[in-house]
Design a protein around this ligand. Structure first.
Ligand SMILES: [Zn+2]
Length: 322
């Protein structure tokens, strides 16, 4: 059940920085965290690089939207977090997890893209003064979707997990590249052309050779198209050229060898484009196509039931006019 008042409460505070909110909103968020602690166990996958592996599941009241992989990187002087989780309590729990590892300042939160499972914990980082960095299109994209996300997420994960939520936009945008200096190590951020979404940002830790790819790279979890199928495929050569030794995908295991980890996703996306183009060439309709396009390839991934037809629908709409 979605109560209109809850949604309006989210929207009313949308443009405000966390520091402008009354203390009651903060207390409400902290209370939610205390009542329902979020499982936020990080593993150190390379020196100073910690990853929380999200379950490969749809967002539900049980997981409270906490399904994305999250990470943080510790430098000599500062810490950068990569994505903040699927609800305010998860963002707070992530900060607590960082604090168990280091007391160095958490200077940056890198938001890989607009999807709620990656950014609904942002307000906890805003509250401690971290700079939230995103793709230069993230603020507009997230702002435009705030109402629909508030409604859909309340339905998917429940009002309790959404309690105290303030959809928190980035402080700064990256149009091309930016280097974050954490002291003795750098995170190289890159803004990509439209692919998984129109606001995908990656973070490459040159010291460990790990690439935080956000949802530009899916493993196990069927890739989800919310940007452009053609655009995503067009990015693959440049993605594979990133000189990383391993990738931290947005969903799937903590790390996987790079660049081979992207090949299975590319094969699925290519099969989808091939099948949709063939259907269009044969004059088949959307309804005749969505249930069959790349279905064999999709079935080898988890959550195909949830996303395969949706991907085919998005791809059909995109390729219909090429
Ligand atoms: Zn995503």
């Amino acid at each position: 059940m979605i109560r209109r008042r809850d949604i309006l409460g989210v929207l009313a505070t949308l443009p405000l920085p966390m520091s402008a909110l009354p203390g009651s909103a903060l207390a409400q968020s902290a209370g939610a965290a205390a009542a329902t602690p979020t499982e936020t166990t990080f593993v150190e996958v390379a020196e100073g690089v910690h990853v929380r592996v999200g379950p490969v599941e749809e967002m539900t009241p049980h997981n409270r939207g906490g399904v994305a992989n999250l990470g943080f990187v510790v430098g000599r002087e500062a810490v950068a977090a990569i994505d903040s989780g699927g609800n305010p309590a998860e963002g707070a729990a992530m900060i607590a997890a960082i604090r168990r590892v280091t007391d160095r300042p958490i200077r940056h939160l890198v938001a890989t893209h607009m999807h709620p499972d990656h950014i609904f914990g942002n307000q906890a980082f805003k509250a401690i003064g971290a700079e939230i960095v995103g793709h230069h299109r993230l603020a507009a994209a997230l702002g435009a979707r705030a109402e629909s996300y508030a409604m859909s997420m309340t339905a998917e994960i429940g009002a309790a997990a959404m309690a105290g939520l303030v959809v928190t936009l980035p402080d700064t945008g990256v149009a091309d590249e930016r280097v974050l200096d954490l002291g003795g190590r750098t995170l190289r951020l890159k803004a990509w052309d439209t692919a998984h979404t129109d606001n995908d940002l990656t973070a490459f830790d040159e010291t460990s050779g790990l690439l935080f790819a956000g949802d530009l790279v899916f493993l196990d979890h069927l890739p989800v198209i919310d940007g452009s199928l053609k655009g995503w495929l067009a990015q693959v050569p440049a993605l594979k050229a990133v000189p990383a030794r391993a990738v931290v995908p947005g969903h799937g295991p903590a790390t996987a060898p790079w660049p081979t980890a992207i090949d299975r996703q590319t094969a699925y996306l290519e099969a989808l484009a091939r099948d949709i183009r063939q259907a269009l060439a044969e004059g088949r309709t959307l309804a005749e196509t969505v249930g069959t396009a790349a279905q064999d390839e999709a079935r080898s991934w988890k959550l195909a039931d949830a996303y395969a037809e949706r991907n085919a629908t998005a791809a059909f709409a995109e390729l219909e006019w090429e």
